[in-house]
Design a protein around this ligand. Structure first.
Ligand code: GH3
Ligand code: MG
Ligand code: MG
Ligand code: MG
Ligand code: MG
Length: 337
């Protein structure tokens, strides 16, 4: 093996390439066990404007690829320990090495040897001794691939981000469309679209289904005496209490201003009445704090369960609403079924 770079430079007509303005600086790893050759190649590449790391064998090269992520590897074949072909096969087997551009340095450019070089995963080869202008030309070919891969990765990343934004927007829009802005509960429109499905499921599986219609008593007074903002805070607190007494499978909905509907799947009337009673008692026995005010409020609740006579979920809701009307008429702060 003779590396004739220095001889070339000193003798005859040295044709040292100059840094090419169109050639971008690459991050190159030189793998070569012979120290003088390694250093010469390193100097030449640095002269051409590239950033160069060096390794003396395959194992060291493998570690440098993982840690420093060069774009291009120029590797010798015959090396102690992990040789050039083994290095290439290992690199091609890991994500960090799949897109590396790999050039092999070889003295044996016969058919068999080259076939093995390419089938191990190399992108190109240069015969030793290395003619500097050929090296420069091969690097330029590599650069085209590296640039193309980079722009593909960038496009992929843009696309990925775009898709992510779309799906977040979509999710937010869906949430906004189905929830009530003040309380975060489902809104009436969503409930009326979604509930027929719950109704059908209960019908088909012959499971009970219950509905609670709740209306805060004399809520107008809160607004009149303390202002609309305090009223809003009370509504939010009330929504929190409802969440506290409901299961994940229950559908809690702000049906109107201070009127709420809860649908309880797989729940009989007696259980639904218990739930309603707990909500009523909780509100009656504690004061709600809003803007430093402690307010005592009560709620009236109508309860109904699915009956064979009900044609649809609206009929069930209507029955709960009628029971609520009854609770109001009987003096408020009551549960009626
Ligand atoms: P009742 O015991 O008969 O239910 O009396 P009420 O005062 O609660 O009933 P009414 O229907 O007369 O008044 C409901 C009040 O709820 C009137 C309205 O100003 C208030 N309200 C409705 N929506 C909101 C809201 O989003 N925020 C606030 N602060 N108040 C609301
Ligand atoms: Mg890379
Ligand atoms: Mg060697
Ligand atoms: Mg009311
Ligand atoms: Mg009302």
């Amino acid at each position: 093996e003779s590396f004739t770079l220095l001889e070339r430079r000193n003798s005859m007509a040295p044709r040292m390439p100059e840094a090419d303005a169109e050639q971008e600086a690459l991050h190159i790893l030189v793998v070569e066990d012979e120290p003088s050759q390694r250093m010469l190649l390193q100097r030449l590449l640095q002269l051409l404007g590239h950033k160069v790391d060096v390794a003396a064998d395959g194992q060291e090269a493998f570690d440098i690829v993982l840690n420093k992520r060069p774009q291009l590897v120029i590797t010798d074949l015959a090396m102690p320990g992990l040789d050039g072909l083994q290095l290439i096969r290992r690199l091609r087997a890991i994500p960090e090495g799949r897109q590396l551009y790999i050039i092999v340095l070889t003295i044996l450019d016969d058919e068999d040897n080259l076939a093995e070089v390419f089938s191990s995963g190399a992108d190109d080869f240069i015969s030793k001794p290395i003619p500097p202008r050929i090296l420069q030309a091969r690097l330029k070919a590599g650069q085209r691939i590296i640039q193309e891969q980079r722009s593909l990765r960038q496009e992929q990343e843009l696309l990925r981000r775009h898709l992510e934004e779309l799906s977040i927007d979509n999710q937010l829009a869906q949430e906004a469309a189905q929830t009530d802005g003040l309380t975060g509960l489902y809104n009436r429109r969503y409930a009326m679209r979604y509930l027929p499905q719950i109704w059908d499921e209960a019908r088909l599986s012959q499971q009970p289904l219950a509905a609670l219609m709740l209306d805060i008593d004399h809520f107008k007074v809160v607004n009149d005496e303390h202002g609309h903002d305090v009223g809003d805070i009370i509504l939010q607190e009330f929504a929190g209490i409802l969440r506290l007494f409901c299961r994940r499978s229950d559908i809690i909905c702000r049906f109107g201003g201070e009127e709420f509907l809860i649908i309880l799947p797989d729940t009989r009337l007696s259980t639904a009445i218990q739930v309603a009673e707990r909500i009523r008692a909780t509100l009656a026995n504690r004061s709600m704090v809003a803007s430093g005010l402690a307010l005592c409020l009560t709620v009236s609740i109508g309860v109904a369960e699915k009956k064979p006579a009900h044609a649809n979920v609206e009929a069930l809701i209507k029955a709960a609403d009628q029971a609520l009307y009854q609770a109001k008429r009987s003096g408020r702060n009551r549960v009626e079924a």
